[in-house]
Design a binder for this molecule. Structure first.
Ligand code: NAP
Length: 272
């Protein structure tokens, strides 16, 4: 693949993670802008160029990555409209909730826009991202967007943007669900008498090992659970207790609430 010139606007958690992942590869030329000098210094320490002028950045790139908070996106895009109209870059937004039609409207042009939902493990280059490309994205655009997100995550695509609310509720917010489960698991380990250093270590290593088994055979998660649940054994007692307390419904209600909120955030942004 030819060298891509990529500009990232916003050097916060996600912008820094993307810059760091991309800087570790060799396929891209990169510029990052952020108003904060400390954040720019962190980027420069990666050997990456920085900018303070977003319009000047747009003049120099082919792929424009928007990595600011969603509420900052409308004003940022409107300010960039003239530069974007001249350059017609591929726009890749990682902003939660912002729909491709709204991003195009704020930028004032018919542009190829890819909306990406990465998640927090991207900070360790262990993220999961789901991408949606609007009707103007070509396969070259998709490849370029994948190059950006693959620097920090596994990449999956959906062909219906409405699914991005469900994606946000599953992989976007998902790390927090697992942290919550781990918090409860670690506390429960202490409650059954384990010394403190063991509680977190056993809960986290068990989670990692179980996730690896599940990843090896994703269709068989329920089967894996059944296989380690011997009749009348200890696991069966725990699983029965979870089920009696409505564990499946608790998880389903939580994920549905997150999807509903993602849709509301999209509606709120769409009104701006
Ligand atoms: N963090 C995650 O795990 C995660 C996961 C999925 C999606 N996302 C999405 O990624 C985006 C960024 O999230 P984040 O956690 O990285 O936020 P963040 O840490 O607040 O980073 C945003 C950065 O953009 C800067 N910024 C604001 N306006 C700017 C402008 N006009 N020009 C240049 N830079 C500007 C901010 O500066 P100031 O601080 O000075 O405003 C800040 O440094 C969000 O839209 C979020 O929805 C994040």
């Amino acid at each position: 693949m030819k060298n891509l010139s990529i500009g990232i606007i916003g050097a916060g958690n996600m912008g820094l993670a993307l810059a760091s992942g991309l800087a570790a590869g060799s396929l891209t030329e990169l510029i990052v802008s952020d108003p904060n000098p400390d954040k720019r210094r962190a980027i420069e320490q990666l050997g990456v160029m920085t900018e303070t002028d977003n319009k000047a950045l747009v003049e120099r790139i082919e792929v424009l990555v928007l990595a600011v908070k969603p509420q900052h996106l409308p004003a940022l895009c409107r300010a960039l409209a003239p530069a974007v109209a001249r350059r017609s870059p591929l726009v890749v937004s990682v902003a939660a909730g912002a729909r491709t039609t709204d991003i195009g409207r704020w930028l004032g042009a018919d542009l190829a826009v890819v909306r990406a939902m990465p998640n927090t493990p991207a900070l360790l280059r262990a993220g999961t991202s789901v991408l949606y490309g609007n009707a103007l994205t070509t396969s070259a655009h998709r490849q370029a967007a994948e190059t950006v997100l693959r620097a920090v995550s596994e990449v999956f695509w959906v062909e219906d943007e409405a699914l991005m609310d469900a994606v946000t509720a599953v992989s976007g917010s998902g790390p927090a669900y697992l942290f919550l489960f781990l918090e409860a698991f670690i506390k429960a380990a202490a409650d059954v008498g384990l010394p403190e250093p063991l509680c977190a270590a056993l809960a986290i290593e068990t989670t990692l090992g179980a996730a690896r088994m599940a990843k090896a055979d994703p269709q068989a998660v329920a089967d894996l659970r059944r296989r380690v649940t011997s009749p009348n054994g200890t696991t069966e007692q725990a699983v029965k207790s979870f089920m009696a307390d409505g564990f499946m419904d608790i998880v389903a209600r939580a994920v549905t609430a997150a999807a509903r909120r993602s849709q509301q955030i999209g509606d709120e942004l769409g009104a701006l």
